[in-house]
Design a protein around this ligand. Structure first.
Ligand code: PGA
Length: 248
């Protein structure tokens, strides 16, 4: 049985007082559900330490990490896996489509980042997904399969890695693929994981759906066979919306 995971990606939102307040509110609201599912929030790096310091019942993660650690050179502005671990992160997102698009992140860099996360015991939530053009030209499965095969290092297992399927065209747009399209991609991801890592890993690894998840569509999406949770952006910034998704 895969334990469902609901993750909140706060992106570049929340100053210290609002963020610590929201984290506490979410943690208290969901506390009674945490036997059945896991909840993790991803605040911006500026407040991650303060959020984690509150000893919440939910998990806390970072939105990105450096490709290497300090032993390999000087990297002004970067934050390494071991620094994230040091300030209380349990998870990190890797390869979110906004980073792939705006910071030219490649599968090669995703692979290095995931490996660095694993090295210090951080769990990686690896984001994959096709653009609208790729979907419209029938390439969605190929693109996602390629990102999985090339983005995941050999250190990957079902305990240290989660996949988030986020079609780029569904992020922040209010557009969502059909349930059939979501299930098709999730099943394909599981098949690809099986080919690369074996059935033991693919059966246990959680695959989240992300992209315009809201209280109104969460139940349908989360009841699909190969969907093991959700990565929620906009709707994770309001405790009630996020809680209603968790309730679903
Ligand atoms: P959204 O974002 O829920 O606002 O579409 C999802 C994400 O970017 O992880």
């Amino acid at each position: 049985m895969r334990k469902k995971l609901i993750a909140g990606n706060w992106k570049m939102n929340m100053l210290l007082s609002d963020g610590t307040f929201l984290a506490k509110e979410v943690s208290e609201k969901v506390a009674q559900h945490l036997d059945e599912l896991e909840v993790v929030i991803f605040p911006p790096i500026s407040i991650l330490a303060k959020v984690a310091e509150q000893k919440l019942k939910i998990g806390v993660g970072a939105q990105d990490l450096a490709e290497t650690d300090k032993d390999f050179g000087a990297f002004t502005g970067d934050v390494s896996a071991c620094m994230l671990k040091d300030i209380g992160a349990e998870y990190t997102l890797v390869g979110h489509s906004e980073r792939r698009a705006l910071h030219n992140e490649t599968d090669e860099s995703v692979n290095k980042k995931v490996m660095n996360a694993h090295k210090v015991g951080l769990k990686a939530v690896v984001c994959v997904g096709e653009t609208l053009k790729e979907r419209e030209t029938g390439k969605a499965l190929d693109v996602v399969g390629f990102q999985i095969v090339n983005g995941l290092p050999d250190t990957t297992n079902a305990e240290n890695t989660v996949i988030a399927y986020e079609p780029v065209w569904a992020i922040g747009t209010g557009k969502v693929p059909t349930l059939q399209e979501i299930e098709e991609v999730h099943a394909y991801i599981r098949k690809t994981l099986k080919e690369k890592f074996g059935a033991n890993v693919s059966d246990k690894m959680r695959i989240l759906y992300g992209g315009s998840v809201k209280p109104s569509n969460a139940q349908d999406i989360l009841s699909l066979e190969d969907v093991d949770g959700a990565l929620v952006g906009g709707a994770s910034l309001k405790a009630d919306d996020f809680f209603n998704i968790i309730n679903a």
